[in-house]
Ligand binder design. Structure first.
Ligand code: RP5
Length: 155
């Protein structure tokens, strides 16, 4: 009989989360705050695919699904991810919240919303406090997020 220790409990928890998020060996996690961000974010996934770098794509909002974001970020390294690309519009907390919960590099993509010309998201993504960095690309700059993620992985 297998003894249940805190370690085996943690492994079981990771296996459960792997089941939820998939564990087929992606190196880049691409997350976004809304399914409505998908079209803007897919150029990152497309570029990475062209470079032979597998990624996984998930929708999770820092405001609407905080627990899902926490699970994703705190298990990302153990599941083999090397970089997280996070896109969001409006108050765009997702990249910063991700960076607060993982020591993997986080690339933030501000998404153009219906007002303020995307400046709201740009400032929210870029203006991180010292010690919690997010590498911010241009508004709707998901392709460059993919390019930067590939450069980090190949560095
Ligand atoms: C953000 O709010 C999302 O990233 C999205 O860009 C924006 C609006 O979300 P929806 O109301 O379109 O789902 O959190």
């Amino acid at each position: 009989m297998t003894e249940i220790t805190p370690d085996t409990q943690a492994e079981a928890q990771i296996e459960q989360i792997e089941g939820d998020f998939g564990a087929s060996g992606p190196l880049v996690g691409i997350i976004m705050g809304s399914k409505n961000d998908m079209e803007k974010m897919l150029p990152a996934e497309k570029y990475l695919g062209e470079q032979g770098i597998q990624s996984e794509v998930h929708v999770m909002s820092a405001h609407r699904d905080p627990e899902k974001v926490r699970e994703f970020c705190t298990t990302a390294r153990a599941r083999g991810l090397k970089v997280i690309i996070a896109g969001a519009g409006m108050s765009a907390a997702l990249p910063g919240v991700a960076a607060a919960q993982t020591d993997l590099p986080v690339i933030g993509v501000p998404i153009l919303g219906k007002s303020l010309g995307g400046l709201d998201a740009l400032l929210a993504v870029a203006q991180m406090p010292p010690g919690v960095p997010v590498a911010c690309v241009a508004i709707d700059g998901a392709k460059n997020a993919g390019v930067l993620a590939a450069r980090i992985i190949n560095a």
